[in-house]
Design a protein around this ligand. Structure first.
Ligand code: GCW
Length: 724
């Protein structure tokens, strides 16, 4: 073959593969394709002729690079850089008390026909956020005429929590394996690390916890710390700090000590020396996230010490360097569980006696509320949004508002462990907003969760919002393309808690797919309804925790064989001949007493309780009359069916746009929606058939009859379901 021929073939192959991969979702919401509105493009080109960005710090260089890629892509011509005097888009460092360390202002000004856009910030990082905001305006095809915006984040720590293990498996991960390739670090810097940092910076995320809360002490050894430092160096120009999870028993496992008792001076010293080592490698290391005395993880209670003792010991170790400790409140009663002596495995004591009267709902509050005021200034207690565990719908955790002297950090879950995992399209913004907007009444009316989390209600200097990552090494990062919208949501909500779900969806759709009005309107509606559809086909009317054991994939309300009573679905739904639901009023576990009286009153009466939460708080008779006039049983059947219909509606909407979405992404979403439809039917049928064995009532005739038996659904097994 001649050289020319080889070249030609190579070119064709290249062309073909670039087209093939052109729209595989890798570019997330930073696609920077040429503006497809010719009139607007002419306007933009007229305004944006050259850009000025002074200085050459690593962050400033990142800004220049992003503008070069972004503007060149969006406008279709190579963008020019010029000096401040002549440029039409100008980035300037200023000294402004309103902008803080991360905020920016951006505005346009037209003088005698010439428009100038000015982006100001106190810091390089503020300019970086301003740069991404500017690019977003263009991607969303917004007008650049006379606008002026000031934007600064409400929450200080805006974090992704990766549940990534050192062997690259991801706990509850449904998007491939971990993007951290520990084996080739520190020398090999995958382009993904950089694109990860760009994506996060573009939505204001400023920290990443690299490792699983079910922690491995090895990450604190010097070999791994060097790898962590390489990631920290890569992320630093993008304003992103790294954090690690700290296994409480590390002094024993990698330090050769006999104990990890937080009051023991040798243990305290070990952590101090470890912190010194870390900060030498990573001067801006963020700090530690800790899961202790929870689900078999070791912690201070192994030594009869409190969570505060444990957190404070670590806090003292990182304090000299400005580090923080995020101590998780995801704990439930350890009396039924004990860790093994060598701390090596998560072991449940099978002989321990389940405490029948205890309610897992109450246990985090019972353990943490008494410790309020005992934590060091650099400790945040990280609380999951609800009292149980990231269910499709939970009331807010009663800890919000109860620990007024401690900064409480929000923990959401992006990865869809309980929300249909990798196959289901569920836009989570409405779930997060529902919690943030809920009034705790702990300091009178208006004491919404959002104000507790951002530190404004009880005046805390540090504040944080984290979410368990849904990112893996799948080409499109999140497995399900719409999972990207949930990642996007975390950044936007942590920056500005007032932004609506609708706006978040709108921004994401325009940048990820198209600015076409009909497309944006319809897909927005699809996204906004997706969470309620899922609640309906999985856990309507306040049902919760009725999924399969272990991998949590699919329904198993019948499940009752796990060693801890409070791991079993039957513990949560309590269905019997009389009715269904968990009585958490004064006649039951009285968990409602953990809320302010105003909240308690909202839920304590079975006749006035918001039906969305009914079975969270009441054991309700099958014939109880619902607001619709139906019996509880009929309502349950209808809700389950509505969920299925909701998914079918999503399918119809999506299918309308075959010609407006590139083939690869269109087909992917279409196939996943069809899996989601089957799974919704599965949930509905399995749950109704099972609950029917108690209600002994007919499924209303208007509702599709289950085409399989309960035995069939019970027999389904998924030994290799992912994420477990
Ligand atoms: O949601 C549950 C998960 C566990 C997880 C735990 C936690 C990391 O099933 O996989 O462990 O919560 O949040 O600690």
């Amino acid at each position: 073959m001649t050289r020319q021929l080889i070249l030609a073939i190579t070119l064709i192959v290249l062309l073909f593969t670039t087209r093939l991969f052109a729209e595989d979702g890798y570019r997330l919401w930073l696609r920077y394709d040429k503006i497809d509105n010719p009139a607007l493009l002419i306007q933009y080109k007229k305004i944006i002729q050259s850009v000025s960005v002074k200085g050459n710090s690593p962050t400033i260089n990142v800004i220049r690079q992003e503008l070069k890629n972004g503007l060149t892509g969006l406008l279709g011509d190579e963008i020019k850089f010029a000096d401040t005097e002549t440029a039409s888009v100008i980035f300037i460092k200023v000294t402004s008390p309103t902008l803080g360390a991360e905020g920016f202002s951006i505005g346009s000004n037209t003088v005698s026909g010439k428009t100038t856009i000015i982006i100001k910030a106190n810091t390089d990082k503020g300019l970086l956020y301003g740069c991404f905001y500017f690019l977003r305006l263009l991607q969303m095809q917004q007008s650049l005429d006379n606008f002026s915006i000031i934007s600064a984040p409400e929450i200080k720590l805006r974090l992704l929590d990766h549940w990534d293990n050192l062997n690259r498996s991801v706990e509850r991960g449904y998007a491939g394996i971990s993007i951290w390739n520990w084996h080739t670090l520190p020398d090999y810097i995958d382009q993904r690390y950089i694109d990860y940092a760009r994506a996060n910076a573009s939505i204001g995320i400023n920290g990443t916890v690299l490792t699983n809360v079910n922690a491995n002490a090895l990450v604190l050894t010097s070999m791994y710390l060097n790898k962590v430092a390489a990631l920290a160096n890569t992320f630093r120009p993008y304003g992103i700090k790294v954090y690690l999870t700290a296994r409480f028993s590390s002094p024993i496992e990698i330090g050769g000590l006999k104990t990890a008792d937080p009051i023991d001076p040798s243990v305290q010293q070990w952590w101090k020396v470890k912190a010194k080592e870390i900060y030498k490698l990573i001067p801006d290391f963020g700090g530690f996230l800790v899961k202790a005395n929870s689900e078999g993880q070791p912690g201070p209670q192994n030594y009869n010490r409190t969570h505060a003792d444990g957190a404070n010991m670590l806090a003292d170790a990182v304090a000299p360097y400005g580090g923080i400790i995020m101590w998780r409140a995801f704990v439930y009663d350890v009396r039924v569980q004990k860790a093994t002596e060598d701390y090596g495995a998560d072991v449940v004591d099978k002989n321990a006696v389940p405490i029948a009267s205890a309610d897992r709902f109450k246990q985090a509050y019972e353990q943490f509320k008494p410790l309020d005021g005992q934590f060091r200034k650099n400790v945040l207690v990280q609380v999951k949004n609800g009292p149980i565990d990231f269910q499709p719908r939970e009331p807010f955790s009663p800890l919000f508002g109860a620990m007024q002297q401690t900064p409480l950090m929000m923990e959401f879950q992006l990865t869809q462990e309980y929300l249909g995992q990798g196959t289901n399209l569920v836009f989570e913004a409405p779930l997060f907003k529902e919690v943030l907007n809920t009034d705790t009444y702990t300091k009178g009316k208006g004491s919404v969760v959002a104000k507790i989390v951002d530190g404004s209600l009880y005046t805390h200097d540090i504040s944080g919002m984290a979410a368990v990552s849904n990112i893996g090494n799948d080409r499109n990062w999140t497995g399900n393309l719409f999972g990207q919208a949930n990642w996007y949501t975390l950044g936007r909500l942590a920056w500005n808690g007032n932004i609506s779900s609708e706006q978040i969806a709108d921004e994401w759709i325009r940048q990820t797919f198209s600015n076409s009005k009909i497309f944006v309107d319809d897909i927005k509606e699809l996204m906004l309804n997706s969470r309620e559809a899922m609640v309906n086909y999985m856990t309507p009317l306040g049902l919760h925790h009725i999924m399969a054991n272990g991998h949590h994939y699919g329904p198993a309300p019948w499940s009752d064989n796990l060693p801890r009573a409070d791991w079993n679905p039957v513990y949560y739904h309590r269905a019997d001949a009389a009715g269904i639901g968990f009585d958490r009023t004064a006649t039951g576990s009285n968990a409602l007493a953990q809320y302010a009286p105003e909240v308690r009153r909202l839920y304590e009466n079975v006749n006035t309780c918001d039906e969305k939460f009914l079975l969270w708080f009441h054991h309700v008779s099958w014939t109880h009359k619902m607001r619709s006039g139906r019996t509880l049983w009929d309502e349950l059947c209808n809700k389950y069916n509505d969920g299925v219909l909701g998914v079918r509606k999503m399918q119809n909407t999506w299918n309308k746009f075959e010609n407006m979405v590139d083939k690869e992404r269109f087909e992917q979403v279409k196939m996943l929606l069809s899996i989601q439809e089957k799974e919704a039917v599965w949930w509905r049928n399995a749950c109704l058939l099972y609950f029917q064995t108690f209600s002994k009532m007919e499924i209303p005739t208007a509702i599709e009859k289950p085409d399989r038996t309960l035995e069939y659904y019970k027999s389904l097994k998924f030994p290799y379901a992912p994420g477990n």
